[in-house]
Design a protein around this ligand. Sequence first.
Ligand SMILES: Cc1cc2nc3c(=O)[nH]c(=O)nc-3n(C[C@H](O)[C@H](O)[C@H](O)COP(=O)(O)OP(=O)(O)OC[C@H]3O[C@@H](n4cnc5c(N)ncnc54)[C@H](O)[C@@H]3O)c2cc1C
Length: 379
Amino acid sequence: MSGYDVIVVGVGGMGSATAYHLAARGHRVLGVERFTPAHDRGSSHGRSRVTRQAYHEHPSYVPLVLRAYELWREVEQESGRQLLTVTGGIMVSTREADLVSGGLRSAEQWQLPHELLDAAEVRRRFPTLTPDDSVVGLYEPNTGFVRPEEAVRAHSDLAAKAGAELRYGEQVTGWTATAHGIEVTTSGGTYAGGRLVLCPGAWAPQLLPDLPVPLVVERQVMHWFEPAGDLAAFAADRHPVYLWGESDDDFLYGFPAHDGETAVKAAFYRRPDRCTPDDVDRTVAPGEVEEISAFMASRIPSAVGRHVTSKTCLYTMTPDHDFVVGMHPAHENVVVACGFSGHGFKFVPVMGEILADLATVGRTTHDIALFDPARTPRR
Ligand SMILES: Cc1cc2nc3c(=O)[nH]c(=O)nc-3n(C[C@H](O)[C@H](O)[C@H](O)COP(=O)(O)OP(=O)(O)OC[C@H]3O[C@@H](n4cnc5c(N)ncnc54)[C@H](O)[C@@H]3O)c2cc1C
């Protein structure tokens, strides 16, 4: 079948990086995106995403995130955009909870720089944080944040520059795969190619209804507050990125003020609020702002001054919170990348590399066993 070597569906976080890696390797690439570059209808908007290395979720993520740090710097060089800022970060929890014990496990296994601080030391070093003595802080100097919209733009621009054809405002309505190639039907036409990479984010349940790993789309909310205290205390060199909570499924996280903004962003990792991308309620209720303000009031009291804005975003959850990345179980020329479960963005550049490997040679040297699309989820 003639046409493209690879067609990438969804040019968001993962799709833009995949199109870039494929085009840079000299392949004929088509990327199809239903919205505009770096839009706010999916999962890759809101100006900041936490990146960290001492991964409490599982040590298998560590080599991937280390490679992602290298690639973030390369993409910054090539695009001239600032994508990754390393601020240092702290995971505040009880010593036994996953945020700390899982983080320590990864830090020790991979010999990552880290310090375990008692609450008094956390309060001394980071005066914006006021933990009580029941918790500890796992401090990681290499934690920081990445800029999602800038990252999507950087990868998309570099992909186009390397020869990828990116079509925006075009919705994929169906795809087929045979032994001879793949075909993608969109609102604008039909395209043929050798291999297909599906990176549809929260639309995965629609484009990949038959995946063995079940996917649930959830609405989540990000909030911005002007600090009640001195804004300078929230600068990136003083106020760390933080994760704070009792369980790895229910914690608060937040960022320093950055890029000249006068507000700081904070959010709960997860409020299970099932939706679809087409019926999600994108308004934020006053009660949601009150809930997070109250939670922060005893922990980061000087952060919560005037509420500036809140914005919704979508997660695509798997039962074990591990990603779904690999060859489609039923089609040898289709690659899938979805189910990033609210923690995928930090991996965007390495996912681009992995998906480009899979779409060209059908395998990758990166260890992605945890993400097997045909697995039985581990929890
Ligand atoms: C509130 C929030 C906070 C987060 N915090 C973090 C964090 O701190 N750290 C971290 O690492 N991760 C975080 N994440 C997760 C991370 O942002 C996501 O894992 C990542 O953005 C997923 O990228 P994606 O490419 O899969 O999805 P997207 O970027 O949404 O891309 C999917 C694209 O596919 C397109 N598409 C879908 N269907 C079609 C179709 N039929 N035709 C054409 N195009 C289509 C969509 O329009 C979209 O552009 C967070 C997510 C949210 C929502």
